[in-house]
Design a protein around this ligand. Structure first.
Ligand SMILES: [Zn+2]
Ligand SMILES: [Zn+2]
Length: 266
């Protein structure tokens, strides 16, 4: 089976990933993959925002790093991208980032549901105890829907990230999912099948089957990503992800070059 492109790869610049980009590329070649994309955590307007992303003055170096890997692995298609944190009001900053380099795609991700709370941060997992899961889900999906509606992203990252540590609301979330998917369909944003969820407490690909069913019904396209923070993560569980996508009814995934989309048969 020809594996789809792994579009969610990090680099040590974000301070919580290991392995040189060339090691990721070598791993992709070893797996028989023909295309990958680096999408490291984007800088924020202020470098003291948090400690798990590249600084702004490292952005040009990041682009150079990806260019170097492209030269070292000419047979592998390597995309230049960012995983961009979406926060309401940060749209101009994201446009500024977009204008600086010839990106192939932006993954729009919500990690922050409130000031100072990145809900997937293992150091802040205790904050979940004082919060109602449905409220967190509602805040999170409200923000991700704004991200989709902004039109700034080709791909929406790990769509149901709040399940990471295993908390799940008992209420029905169908309306939250539907609003998000309607916005994604309207703006032509794809969602990723992110296999990192299988390596977390939730032990499930992001997003859940229910969301993928809704996405297909609304004509929302898909990509694949391992969210690799080490070379060994690259392509992890892609067989299971492809199987899931096919079971849902997807017959294609999409690739991006210079922020333009192309459908590829699955
Ligand atoms: Zn990360
Ligand atoms: Zn992320």
């Amino acid at each position: 089976m020809l594996l789809p492109a792994d579009y969610h790869l990090h680099t040590p610049l974000c301070r919580h990933a290991t392995g040189a980009p060339g090691e990721y590329a070598a791993r992709a070649v070893a797996l028989g993959m023909t295309e990958i994309g680096f999408s490291d955590h984007s800088p924020m307007p202020h470098d003291d925002f948090d400690d798990w992303r590249m600084r702004f003055d490292q952005l040009d170096g990041y682009v150079d790093l990806v260019s170097q890997v492209r030269r070292d692995f000419p047979a592998l298609t390597i995309r230049l991208a960012l995983e961009v944190d979406y926060l309401p009001g940060c749209e101009d900053w994201i446009r500024e980032l977009a204008a600086r380099h010839p990106w192939d795609y932006f993954i729009g991700s919500v990690h922050y549901v409130a000031d100072g709370w990145d809900l997937d941060n293992p150091r802040k997992v205790s904050l979940w105890q004082s919060r109602d899961a449905f409220e967190v889900w509602s805040d999170y999906f409200r923000r991700l829907t704004l991200a989709a509606d902004s039109g700034l992203f080709e791909i929406l990252g790990h769509v149901d990230l709040p399940k990471k540590f295993g908390s799940r609301p008992s209420q029905d979330c169908a309306l939250l999912y539907d609003r998000l998917l309607a916005a994604a369909a309207r703006r032509g944003a794809a969602i990723e099948l992110n296999t990192a969820g299988l390596r977390k407490d939730c032990q499930e690909i992001y997003p859940a089957r229910q969301i993928l069913d809704g996405a297909l019904a609304r004509g929302v396209a898909i990509t694949f990503g391992s969210d690799a923070h080490a070379p060994g993560d690259l392509g992890a569980d892609f067989g299971a992800a492809v199987e899931l996508a096919r079971a849902v009814g997807y017959r294609s995934w999409c690739r991006f070059a210079q922020r333009r989309r192309q459908e590829v048969p699955l």
